[in-house]
Ligand binder design. Structure first.
Ligand SMILES: CC(C)(COP(=O)(O)OP(=O)(O)OC[C@H]1O[C@@H](n2cnc3c(N)ncnc32)[C@H](O)[C@@H]1OP(=O)(O)O)[C@@H](O)C(=O)NCCC(=O)NCCS
Length: 220
C-alpha cells in the first residue's frame, strides 16, 4: 500500500497519525512500521544512537545493539500505539530529513501529569547529532504543543551526564525543576518550559497540519 494512504487510513482510527510538523526540510510524522524498521536498524547498529560504553540515557529501552535491541525498540514503540484520550496520550513522531527516518521524538501526556502539561523526549542517529537538528526538533515539538494543542507547560528529563540533551533543553528555554534518582539509580535532571520562555526562542515558519482531529480526541 502507498505510504500516504496507509498513514491516512491509520489517522482515521488513530488521529496522531494525521499530525505533521515541518520546518526547513525536516518533517515530524507518526511512524508506520516502515519508518519504525528504519529506526530499528539504527538502534541495532553498535553506537547507532549512544556512544558505546555510555548508558541508554532514558531512551525507553535498554542500551544494546543487534537484533535484540531492534526488537526491544520496536516493542517499546508499538506499545505507544493507542487511541489518545484526555487523561493519557502519546504522539511518537519520526524525524524525517533528506527522505530518511533519522530519529524519534515523542510528545506525551501521562495519567499523573497535571492538566496542560506535556512531556517531550527524542533521540537521533549518532551520525546526525551535533549539527543543531536536536534543538530544531525540540522547538518543532513545542510549536505543536504550545501553539496548537494548548499546552501550558512542557517537561523533559535527562541523565545528569547527558550534556547534549541538557544543553538542548536550556537553549529551548527549559529550566531545571529538580533532580532525582531514576529506577536504575541514575540521577535524572527534570526540566520544564513555559509558553512564554519558548516564544522567545520560537522557530519561524514551522508548518503544522492535521491537528484538529487529534485536539478533539484529547480535549477534556
Ligand atoms: C540529545 C540529542 C537529541 C540532541 O540532539 P543534537 O542534534 O545532538 O543536538 P544539537 O546539535 O541541536 O545541540 C547539542 C548541544 O549540546 C552541546 N553538546 C553536545 N555535546 C556536549 C558535551 N559533551 N558537553 C557540552 N555540550 C555538549 C552542543 O555544543 C550543542 O550546544 P550549542 O547549540 O550551544 O552548540 C541527541 O544528541 C541524541 O539523540 N542523543 C542520544 C539520545 C539521547 O540522549 N536522547 C535524550 C534522552 S533524554
Amino acid at each position: 500500500m502507498d505510504a500516504a494512504l496507509l498513514r491516512a487510513d491509520l489517522a482515521a482510527l488513530y488521529p496522531q497519525y494525521g499530525l505533521r510538523v515541518a520546518h526547513a526540510g525536516t518533517v515530524l510524522i507518526g511512524p508506520t512500521d516502515e519508518e519504525l524498521l528504519e529506526l530499528a536498524a539504527i538502534v541495532a547498529e553498535p553506537g547507532g544512537v549512544v556512544e558505546p560504553g555510555r548508558e541508554g540515557e532514558l531512551l525507553g529501552w535498554p542500551p544494546d545493539a543487534g537484533d535484540d535491541a531492534a526488537r526491544r525498540f520496536l516493542e517499546w514503540a508499538w506499545r505507544l500505539r493507542e487511541a489518545p484520550s484526555p487523561v493519557r496520550w502519546r504522539a511518537p513522531l519520526a524525524v524525517i530529513d533528506g527522505g530518511r527516518a533519522l530519529g524519534l521524538a515523542v510528545l506525551a501526556h501521562e495519567h499523573d501529569d497535571p492538566a496542560g502539561t506535556v512531556r517531550t523526549s527524542s533521540w537521533l542517529a549518532r551520525a546526525e547529532q551535533g549539527r543543531g537538528l536536536g534543538r530544531r526538533v525540540r522547538l518543532m515539538l513545542l510549536e505543536l504543543a504550545f501553539a496548537h494543542l494548548g499546552a501550558t507547560r512542557a517537561t523533559t528529563g535527562a541523565a545528569e551526564g547527558n550534556a547534549a540533551s541538557l544543553r538542548v533543553s536550556q537553549r529551548c528555554g527549559y529550566r531545571e525543576t529538580h533532580r532525582a534518582p531514576g529506577p536504575d539509580g541514575v540521577v535524572e535532571v527534570h526540566l520544564a518550559v513555559t509558553p512564554a520562555a519558548w516564544r522567545r526562542r520560537r522557530l519561524p515558519d514551522v508548518d503544522v497540519d492535521g491537528v484538529d482531529a487529534f485536539r478533539d480526541a484529547i480535549a477534556a
